[in-house]
Design a protein around this ligand. Structure first.
Ligand code: MG
Length: 344
């Protein structure tokens, strides 16, 4: 078969995700998340991708449309040349990580569908090695927190957002209803390393497993000190973007939280995992609020992760895809080719 006449065709449209609960972080609150949905077709096969753009990260539907509109993917005839295609996409403009991720995800979906296999299989990973996913509890009144814990149902680990000054109250509210293991995300909300360390000791006693981004990312020395003295692993989230950040964070944090919307997609995320593991760092795979499209893409990598926070699709009420599932708290991959989704 001559491939020369076949070209890749990219299309995209904006979509707004509705959150089941207002999402409260240390310094923001919202009820919707803007995304861009992407389709990449080649020879009658369509791959799906998504860019999720929570406002605090700086990308918007407009910046994504501008970026995607600049891409000339019709110059490529062979979607298997992923290194070349993704290198080109990255070279078109700096930044735009989520927009880049949307095309990366669609390309992976396309190639996996052409081969007829999901990516975890193409990477040689064992589906039984997927971790449990945490389920996120936003900052709220103790009453609402208790209600959310009950909604978490079969989950095996809860992620608690702290950093607004009522941390002990929130943990005690959760502990009044469940003994489930917890992880904590401070979103840079703590000030003062000594206070942070005391709180971490207290949290360890309460069954917390690790702490994500306890202090502002700029305070590298404070965080390195905290990591050295902390009885719990300290994980970088806001401090981490792409592959070249990973070696810089070695010695400052115990591990990294990789998200496709920061890493420009699955291709670079896999490289980041390889480097982090070579450096002896812990690996967590996270997400934004996303449909099952981007969450299922991230889940393909999850057999390589120590921890996962892939609940973004469970927090929305208007998903457009059926994909990986959480069964008894564990990420459960399927046999669907590509990133493991179908449209609903
Ligand atoms: Mg985080």
């Amino acid at each position: 078969m001559k491939n020369i006449a076949l070209t890749m065709n990219l299309s995209f449209r904006p979509y707004e995700l509705r959150l089941k609960h207002a999402f409260n972080l240390a310094n923001s609150s919202r009820t919707t998340t803007p995304v861009m949905l992407v389709e990449l077709t080649h020879g009658g096969v369509t791959g799906y991708g998504e860019a999720s753009m929570p406002p605090y990260l700086g990308e918007t539907q407009k910046t994504a449309a501008d970026f995607l509109g600049k891409l000339k993917l019709s110059q490529f005839h062979d979607p298997f040349r992923m290194e070349e295609i993704l290198g080109y996409i990255d070279s078109v403009a700096p930044g735009n990580e989520a927009a880049k991720a949307s095309v990366d995800i669609a390309l992976h979906d396309l190639v996996g569908k052409i081969v007829g296999q999901p990516w975890y299989k193409l990477w040689g990973l064992s589906p039984e090695n997927t971790p449990n996913t945490s389920f996120t509890i936003g900052i709220d009144s103790p009453e609402v927190v208790r209600q959310k814990v009950e909604e978490a149902g079969a989950m095996k680990i809860l992620k608690v957002k702290l950093g607004r000054g009522n941390d002990k109250k929130i943990i005690e509210a959760i502990r009044s209803v469940t003994n489930m293991p917890l992880c904590v995300d401070v979103n840079q909300g703590w000030e003062g390393r000594q206070e942070a360390l005391s709180l971490i000791y207290w949290l360890k006693e309460k069954g917390v497993l690790f702490i994500e981004q306890p202090m502002p990312k700029e305070g590298v020395e404070d965080i390195a000190w905290l990591t050295e003295n902390s009885p719990l692993p300290i994980i970088a989230d806001e401090a981490l973007q792409r592959l070249d950040d990973v070696p810089k964070l070695n010695g400052v944090y115990s591990g990294i939280n990789i998200k496709l919307m920061k890493s420009t997609g699955m291709h670079e995320a896999r490289k980041m995992i390889t480097v982090a593991k070579a450096l002896g760092m812990k690996v967590m795979i996270g997400c934004m609020t996303e449909t099952s499209c981007a969450v299922s893409a991230a889940a393909q990598l999850s057999p390589l992760a120590d921890w996962a926070d892939l609940d973004g699709n469970l927090l929305i009420s208007n998903d457009l895809f059926d994909g990986v599932k959480v069964v008894d708290g564990k990420i459960t991959l399927n046999e669907l080719p590509g990133i493991g989704i179908r449209k609903i």
